[in-house]
Each structure stands twice: as structure tokens, then as C-alpha cells.
Design a protein around this ligand. Sequence first.
Ligand code: CA
Ligand code: CA
Length: 497
Amino acid sequence: MKKIPAVFCLALGLFGVPVFFIQSGLLSRVLVQATGLRVDPGFTGGEPAARIYDDLGDDTGEGNLSYPSYRGFVPGSLDLVRYTVYEPVYHAQWVEPREYWQLELHFADGEAAVRTVMIYLDMDGDGRGRLDTLDASAEEIGFDPLHPWDWAIRLAGGEGALFIPAAGRQDTERQSFPSGEPEGDFETVRLRVFNEGRTTKIRIPLETRQTHLAYAAEKTWHYVLVGGYDGLGRGMFTTVERRRTNRSGGGASSPLVPKIYDMITPDSLNQAALLAGWNGETLERALVYPVEIAMKGADRSFASQGLGEAASLKARMAAAAEKSRAEGAAAWAAMDEAAPLWTRGETAFRAGDHGQAERLFAEILAAEPDNPKALAYMGSLIALKASGAPALAAVDLVTRAFRDLDRAVELAGDEEEKLAAYMNRGNVSLSVPNTVFNKALSGAEDFLKAAEIYRFRGNAPSAAAAYYNAFRCFAAAGNDEEGGTWLREAARLAAEE
Ligand SMILES: [Ca+2]
Ligand SMILES: [Ca+2]
């Protein structure tokens, strides 16, 4: 690795600080609330059968699509990051319907109102079914001939329906009707859809004869396609044109460009290459391929899927942090006494000379009590003293530290100040036990905001470190599912270096 840029230090400066209160067992036992209740899987959707993680920031379809200019399309609205398939639920307690199958979509940002999502399902892998889209000329794609679909789910503007082709009428010539009812002979099943901002949960009732086959399925194949919502568009998709307008997306060089901004792809295939696979001369459409999902007995622990990745990332981050510390120590040893207080304070901090760093930041704060960067570092320095302190004194120190850290976040104006505030508060949140302080989730949010800024600046190593720490925060809060998204993103960015 080359010389580590200064901003990277911040991402790594506190990395590897031992978790405070190693001896906090007693404290945890006193303060942690009773957590003996286990929630019936029927409330949450059942046991997850599979989680598919999708890249962050690949919501440009074949690589060039831009969102319509309508302000509801906030960045990330059409960026799918996670797709979870649950095992079908039998006889759930207290919920209607009592037999259902849950699918869950998680996006980077935005609201369901601007999305149209098609999920095409090959329910049995028997090679029979349909190879055309539910509405002709809607998505402008073709399907893998080995996996024709049996069911089509359409989520449009927050509502959902399942369409099952009626038996024996599979070759009817169809046209697209913009009203939303696809032409042709379909059994239509209304779905329960729960939209919570970035997340959409779908429950497919399994009580009818047609949907019952989900219980028998051992494997299913899923095409998940995401576009913009237009209630009057073909198949309710926004069109994509050369230039974007309020109602249509931009960046499309031909009418054959699929209207798909994001989709799930099997590991071995590249989304942009698939969606660019149309042919203007033969008029062939781009082909898409499904992911295979085992419906039962899946390995449910994220830990076993992500551990290897986490371990190698951890080793890399620790090595980079060590290098950063060594460089800091060298710079500190050669430090000119006449250098600005700032430079000296940050260098002392980086070199691990916490006593000197505290003295220098205190000097800055004496002159400018509202300096957000100095407050941020001071917060970390106060929290660091909690390590090894008696339990009650440690709680007091951490509480004081958060007063400074919260003020730093409040007062931060420019990007440098925000980075200092988010990274310091995030690191302290991660280092204190979540059972006592309940800071892991807000720490994760801090790291995600910092990562966003690093990314915007093209600083991939620091963004990777921030995502990795967001993963650790989510894991500390017991949310492995959300953590997995950011671990994956960290690994992806780290690989770009
Ligand atoms: Ca995505
Ligand atoms: Ca994708």
C-alpha cells in the first residue's frame, strides 16, 4: 500500500482500540434488560431461506441510465441492496393470512411510490412456463430459456399483485395495456405489501390452489427487476430516453435499452453486460438470468457466509491502521513546535500520544469552545480514558464524551468537520458495550454518513474502512442482516484498491 493519505488516518485512527470495559460483565448484568422473549417467526415473516446482497450504486442499468428528474426519485431510490426470501409460513399465530410466503426488498434510499419492481418466479424448474414479459414491450428484456417463469409479481407505486397464467392459454397474442391489467388470461392474487421507506415486504397468501405449490417447492428461481414507476407507462415502467425529463429516465441510446435500473444477478454474471446485451441489427433483446434459491434448510447464519470475508478485511484494516500509527509516530517525533496547534494535535492523536493530544485540543477549545473538530477529538480522548477505569467512573466518562461528540455532530458545517464528528462519534459508539449504552445503531449511521462523504471524494480505502465499521456496529446490535450489506460493500471497495 502506498503512503496513507491524511484523511485515511481518521478512518483508522481508532481502529483496534480495545473494546472498553473488558471487565464490564457485571455492569452488563445489572443494566441489560431481560431479553428472554422470542418473537414468533409468524410476526416477522418466517425463517429466512436466503439473502441475496446486491451491489450498492449499480442502479444505472446497462451502465448509463439516469433517473427521471421528478424530485421523488432521490438518489438510491431504485438501487436494490438486499433481497430476502423466507420459508413459507404455516399456521401463523395472530396474523392474516395465516399461510403465506414472504419476500423482502431493501433499497439504498427513497420511497416505494417511485418504484416498479417485477419479480418473475420459476417455481419448479420444469422448463415450462413463459419467456415473454407480463406486459409486452414493458421492460424490454428476454428470459433465460432454461428458466421460463410460472408466476409474475408486480409491485407498482407501493401496491402489489401476483399474476399466474391460466393453464393452457400460454400462447395468446398479447398487447400491452397501460391500465395496469395485463392482457391475457391470468389468475390475479392481491398481495399484502408493507412499505417502510427503503424496505418493502411482500406477503403472498398461500391458501389458494394455485399458490399452494410454494410449499412443495424445494428450489425456486427468481428474476428481480427494478425500474421507475409511471402509472401510465407500459407495464407501469417509466420510459428511458436519450435525455431525461420529469417522467422518463435518460442515458438510453436505443429503444432496445431495457427499462431496468437494477436487478439481482447470479454471482458469475455482470449486470451491466447483461443489460447491454441487446442487438440493434437483429432486434434481439437483452437476456436476464435468475438466481437459484433453496427454499428450506438453508444455512441461516450470516456469520458462516461472511466470516471469511470479515476476517480477511479485518486483517487488512489492522495492517493499514498499524502503518498509519507508525507514520503518525514518525511525524510526531519530527514535529516542529511552531506548527499550528491543529497539525500538532491531530499528529499526536494519530501517534497515540493521547496526553499531548488532549493538551493541544484543550488549548484550541479554550480559544474556540464551539470548534466542532476539536470537540470531536476531545470526545474520543475522554472516552479513551474509560478503558480500564472502574465501572461507574467509566460510565461517567463515556457520558461526558458523548456530550462533546453530539455537540461536534450538531456544529459540524463543512465536510472536514462532518468527517471528524461522524468518525469520532462512530468509533466511540462502536467501542462501548451496546448492552450498556445502546449506541451501536447510531454508530452505524455515523459510519454510513462518513462513508458517503469518503466515496464522494473518491477515497475508496477510507470508505471501505467506514463501511466495515458500520458492519461491526450492526453486528454488535444483533442486526447481521443489515450488517451484511455493508460488509459486502467494504469488501468490494477494498478490492478496488
Ligand atoms: Ca443495487
Ligand atoms: Ca444489481
